[in-house]
Design a protein around this ligand. Sequence first.
Ligand SMILES: [Zn+2]
Ligand SMILES: [Zn+2]
Length: 494
Amino acid sequence: MEKSGLSLLSRFSKSRVLLIAALVAFSGAAVAQSADTHAQLKQLVDQNAANWKKVSRQIWEYAELGYHETKSSALLQEQLQAAGFHVQAGVADEPTAFVASYGTGKPVIAILGEFDALPGLSQQTLPEKAPVQAGAPGHGCGHNLLGSGAALAAVSLKQYMEAHHVAGTLRYYGTPAEEGGSGKVYMVRAGLFKDVDVVLHWHPADRNAVGNGGALAVVSAKFTFHGIAAHAAMAPDRGRSALDAVMLMGNGIEFMREHVPSNTRMHYIISKGGTAPNVVPELAEMDLVARSPFNQTLRDIWDRLQKIAQGAALMTGTTVEMRDIGSDANIIPNDALAAVAQKNLQEVGGFTMDDEQKKFALALQKTLGIETPPSLDLSNEIQPLRKFDPNQPSASTDVGDVSWNVPTIGFGAATFVPGTAAHTWQAAATAGMSIGQDGMVVASKAIALTAIDLFTDPALVQAAKADFAKQLAGKTYYTAIPTEQKPLLNYRND
Ligand SMILES: [Zn+2]
Ligand SMILES: [Zn+2]
């Protein structure tokens, strides 16, 4: 729902920071032109919204896992093609990845779209735990909304650009397997972002906020130890236990834990531990994940973890191999883009839940296990722009790798009932109904307004690039994924 001019004004007066950002970004003359442009774009998004809400619902029903999003990717491609985009499919050795383009020349502005689901989070659009199909995948991270909302912004922008002869190239990147598959890393490596000037993205959340940097850099791998099998009672001296090696590696990690920055995360499971207690295990495996707010710090930690694995092999007379390496970098902030993004999100405002949505939301909040759940008004409010705090708990995303290569800014939009965390059945429930869909439209509008500002104001693109250079001074992009490793198209199954 649109905010009235009056409430928008009072919001602005509440936040001096925003007012300053708006004044810095726009001269007086540009404000009048921009207001008209913005009004037209928001109207286009509203006109296109019904179709993309349907698309988001369809992808929610498909609920396909990373690299298996065949129907979801095809639907998005088909819709973008029908809207006049040129689609290049199956890029970067990823069958479900694609790039949809409109226009020519500079600047090149890109919008990211994800569409993969999570295992085991199948859920009906009900405020009580009730899977559509027990154990089946579900959209607990709301990527059905993410991919559709990004496309809604793209098609509305294209219509505006066409009607007003706006120069430049608009791209939609269909990016598969965000959940653990590092899909974007391979797209970066394939050079698909080389000529892009600015990347815009968004993610479902329980509130509306600009995300300026953040997320944890992450590295993951399976460490497979090979020993020698033997009878565990009759001839243990002839065996070399791969499980001993895994356990010593775990001990090594526990001792290392004290000597890493305290915002480091290291978690693991023993994914293979032998076949029977009376057989010395000849094969055992640790599935390990390590994270840090800083890619450079994580690189050092990752080197040390590999040495622990080698040490464990040496101690036990086994050998070790590392496979299925995953890696996402942290997100590089961009203060120039953040100021504009914040101004635009504020201009869009959130959405007000109707009575039916409120009833659903209150019932769902009862299942969250929070004594005082946050107010439902969060969907209607815009959070102030915050500096990234490396000590705040966070997750990881392969958007990070894009942000190390192109100036990037992101939005969070209130698609989940306030108080809901992602990767839960509660998040999957709202991602399939009107609360999620109304939040999605907020994100689409904020992206569309920010993109058009970039297309029409070259100084803004320059400012974004200058800030990008400043943020990355002295740092080089690094991914732990070896150059020879192809996308792990079946990483969940092996
Ligand atoms: Zn997720
Ligand atoms: Zn996600």
